[in-house]
Design a protein. Structure first.
Length: 381
């Protein structure tokens, strides 16, 4: 007699990267996968969505405390009647914590769908990944590094060498447009923790991948049009075909050589067929709703890989014209405010005039999350 297969459900830690988590939950709901949500607190935005009913535990500590998280895991297992849980790789801080405590969480019955810790950090840390691209990434273009103390040609960028963040966020790259601005930074920063690069002009793209453990690659791409000032969240983007280009092949080959599996986004920037690597992120991304709507669902690829499912990942005709929009990010109530357009200034008025066509793609202005969208607008009355 064949032994009964253990039911595996999905575990989601919410409170941060809300738009990506919502896109993931919509995917789970569409293919009827059971899931439980661990809320960061009673103020978690998830309580103001239709998914409040799926909250199975609430954290008592804002910091990542092992005993508190173990309690939340056990409560979720009890509610879902499942001893095996696949944790969503939703934020950088959570991912690094789970990798550092992988044996502990494995002992609790939690599957962590990430590569081993060293490889994860090699890809996620900005300087080490740039060095890997230089050494192994045949065809990968990189911005030129700038020596500290050398004559500076403005604008240029300072990037943290490695991730050093908290659950609420991490240091972001900083663009310097004047000597006065850079002097203030250089007086307070540690050059051992930052490196300098030339600023790359041109269009911004995300190359989006899921590399399965069996070697299959699911991919899509998006062009970013508007971003919050200072390297904040993407506010407006559209589908692209860059993932069908030779540029994408370079990264696909690189990740295969590294033995990588899982989700990863590579940001590239440039024009006229020359696109420079900006950074890579092996986790959920804020604008994930775009690939869900486009019909190339990388979340389903992950679920198929780890839950041994056979759900449809890609529609026969993906929508390269799919749009992504987050109106709340323009508003002060959710950390919004000033924004930056990626294309040339002469295109700014044209892009802004096209925004009306993006409103229907608002990630939160949908029935299941309408209260969150309304809250953002209400904060600005």
């Amino acid at each position: 007699m064949k032994a009964a297969q253990t039911k595996v459900c999905v575990l989601i830690f919410s409170g941060y990267n809300v738009r990506a988590i919502v896109a993931f939950i919509r995917t789970l709901s569409s293919i009827q996968i059971e899931f439980g949500i661990v809320a960061v607190s009673s103020e978690d935005p998830i309580f103001r969505t239709d998914y409040s009913k799926n909250v199975t535990a609430v954290r008592e500590c804002k910091s990542l405390d092992k005993s508190d998280l173990a309690r939340c895991v056990k409560e979720t297992q009890s509610v879902l009647a499942s001893t095996a849980l696949l944790v969503a790789p939703s934020t950088e801080y959570l991912n690094r914590f789970f990798l550092s405590q992988r044996d502990f969480f494995t002992g609790l019955g939690v599957l962590v769908p990430l590569v081993e810790k060293h490889l994860y950090e090699l890809i996620s840390d900005k300087k080490p990944f740039a060095e890997i691209c230089r050494d192994m990434g045949q065809g990968v273009l990189l911005p030129q590094d700038i020596e500290w103390g050398a004559p500076y040609l403005y604008p240029f960028v300072a990037k943290p060498i490695r991730y050093a963040g908290s659950e609420g966020g991490a240091e972001r790259p900083i663009i310097f447009e004047s000597e006065q601005q850079f002097i203030g930074f250089s007086e307070r920063c540690d050059p051992a923790e930052w490196y300098l690069q030339e600023y790359v002009y041109g269009r911004s793209f995300y190359l989006l991948y899921y590399f399965s453990r069996s070697g299959e690659v699911t991919k899509f791409s998006m062009e970013n049009l508007i971003q919050q000032e200072g390297g904040g969240s993407i506010l407006c983007s559209r589908g692209s075909d860059l993932h069908r280009s030779d540029c994408s092949v370079c990264y696909e080959n690189l990740f295969k050589r590294l033995g990588f599996h899982g989700l990863v986004m590579v940001e590239v920037r440039g024009q006229h067929g020359e696109y420079y690597m900006i950074e890579a992120n092996p986790r959920f991304w804020g604008p994930s709703q775009l690939f869900v709507d486009a019909g190339v669902n990388l979340f389903v690829a992950l679920l198929n890989d780890w839950l041994e499912l056979d759900c449809t990942v890609e529609r026969s005709s993906p929508d390269l014209g799919a749009k992504y929009f987050w109106s709340g990010g323009f508003l002060g109530g959710q950390g919004g405010g000033d924004v930056a357009l990626f294309e040339a200034p002469e295109r700014s008025s044209e892009i802004l005039s096209e925004l009306g066509g993006y409103l229907g793609a608002d990630v939160l202005m949908r029935p299941d999350t309408f209260s969150l969208a309304a809250e953002a607008w209400g904060a600005n009355e």
